[in-house]
Design a protein around this ligand. Structure first.
Ligand code: XUL
Ligand code: CO
Length: 439
């Protein structure tokens, strides 16, 4: 193995009392929670774009990230070196999966043929690295937002030639994902949305996006790709309005265009908050529709209205996330992908480790607390009790659609004024605060 991080050896579990900055305090990959190893619950993935390609520039200043292995060129040698560094990182941080955009791993060239050849080359390089390291691809995707040709959108572009370019790019990105045994493929509508309705035929654009996705589904079936297709909601950035606004909007779009059987959602925390929702809300909406596929684990800053992609370190939030994941029986093809970047001031290579350790430990602790909440049972019991009247004969009759308004009037007039109970919010929060992590 290469040695681009000479001062870091493999990160190990040292327990909550450890003061070693380069050790896990809560993530013990083989320890079991609810009978399953933590690594299988959490299915951590590392994003190629943030870890290898993010220079930490912001709108006010240049990149600060120190990447001594990267000469900044668009050569295949540089791309291969990045892959070398990335797999050393995955091995040392002990993350099993990764995710990429086509353009993260291989440089775009002057012709489609040359670009595809670059991609094919890097797929072979990454395939060999997966083989020797045992690492796996959680999902792949196409970058349909970076190149200037996508300025007005890709699948929603007003220009059909742009749509064709995007289609050809997605075709190859699905091929790459398939060849690398990817468990899923993400559609994040980078620039699918609008800046002003003055120049936008929204319903026409949405029909085009549906055609695009339908062609992708047909292609997937044609080549025998078994992985999951995910749609990733986001309400704004880079456009003023993104069509995949939030989970409910995506589900409605998929239902309207008869695509719901073919897609589930990849929910990202900071996108949820940009939409004015909590992550828990978005996960509940997706899970209720049987469509919670995967998670982009990050978070925003409460003081900023931007998609800042902080590493997830809020323990209440990671607990809420893992409660939903446990309740739905765990991930199938999905996992927790760190779509997260270090702060601009955290520019040293070792900060890649500190940031991932912080995120992994927060998710692991969230998992342990979520399991403890379930084992404790008080919160679930209070919830069940709150709806107990719906377990009555009348409640079941209504829920089964077998009741009429007239019957209910009869019931209301004989049962008297309903007896109400407290919602007990503070009690619930107090119980939550006092539950200790399992294990
Ligand atoms: C952008 C974002 C993307 C997608 C993949 O906000 O989240 O990185 O996850 O294209
Ligand atoms: Co994302």
């Amino acid at each position: 193995m290469s040695n681009y991080f000479p001062d870091v050896s493999r990160i190990c579990y040292a327990g909550p009392d450890s003061r070693d900055p380069l050790a896990f305090k809560w993530y013990d990959p083989e320890a079991t929670v609810e009978g399953k190893p933590m690594r299988e619950h959490l299915r951590f993935a590392c994003s190629y774009w943030h870890t290898m390609r993010n220079l930490l520039a912001d709108p006010f200043g240049a990149g600060t990230a120190q990447m001594p292995w990267d000469d900044g060129s668009d050569t295949l040698e540089n791309a291969e070196r990045r892959a070398e560094v990335f797999f050393e990182f995955l091995t040392k941080i002990n993350i099993d999966f990764y995710c990429f955009h086509d353009r993260d791993i291989a440089p775009e060239a002057h012709s489609i043929e040359e670009t595809n050849a670059n991609l094919d080359h890097m797929v072979r390089v990454l395939g060999a690295k997966q083989q020797s390291s045992g690492k796996r691809l959680l999902w792949g995707t196409a970058c349909l937002f970076g190149h200037p040709r996508y300025v007005h959108g890709a699948a929603s572009a007003p220009n059909v030639d742009v749509f064709a370019h995007a289609a050809s790019q997605v075709r190859r990105a699905i091929d790459a994902t398939h060849q690398l045994g990817g468990e899923g493929y993400v559609f994040w509508g980078g620039r699918e949305g609008y800046d002003t309705l003055l120049n936008t035929d929204m319903s026409r654009e949405l029909d085009h996006v549906a055609c695009f996705l339908r062609m992708a589904v047909e292609y997937k079936k044609r080549i025998g790709f078994q992985g999951a297709f995910y749609l990733e909601p986001k309400p704004k950035e880079p456009t003023a309005h993104q069509y995949d606004y939030d989970a409910a909007t995506c589900l409605n779009f998929l239902r309207e265009h008869d695509l719901l059987d073919e897609f589930s959602l990849n929910i990202e925390t900071n996108h949820a908050t940009l939409a004015g929702h909590s992550m828990e809300h978005e996960l509940e909406v997706a899970a209720a529709a049987g469509a919670l596929g995967s998670i982009d684990a990050n978070m925003g800053d409460a003081h900023l209205g931007w998609d800042t992609d902080h590493f997830p370190t809020d323990l209440y939030m990671t607990t809420a996330i893992m409660r939903v994941v446990l309740r739905m029986g765990g991930f199938v093809t999905g996992g927790l992908n760190f779509d997260a970047k270090r702060r601009r001031g955290s520019f040293e290579p070792v900060d890649l480790f500190h940031s991932h350790i912080a995120g992994m430990d927060a998710c692991a602790r969230g998992l342990r607390v979520a399991a403890a909440i379930r084992a404790d049972g008080r919160i679930d019991d209070l919830l069940a009790e709150r709806y107990a009247s719906w377990d009555s004969a009348l409640g079941r009759k209504i829920a089964n659609g077998e009741c009429t308004l007239e019957e209910l009037e009869q019931h209301a007039s004989t049962s008297g004024e309903p007896t109400l109970k407290s919602g007990r919010e503070e009690l619930l929060r107090s119980i939550l605060n006092n539950i200790r992590p399992e294990g």
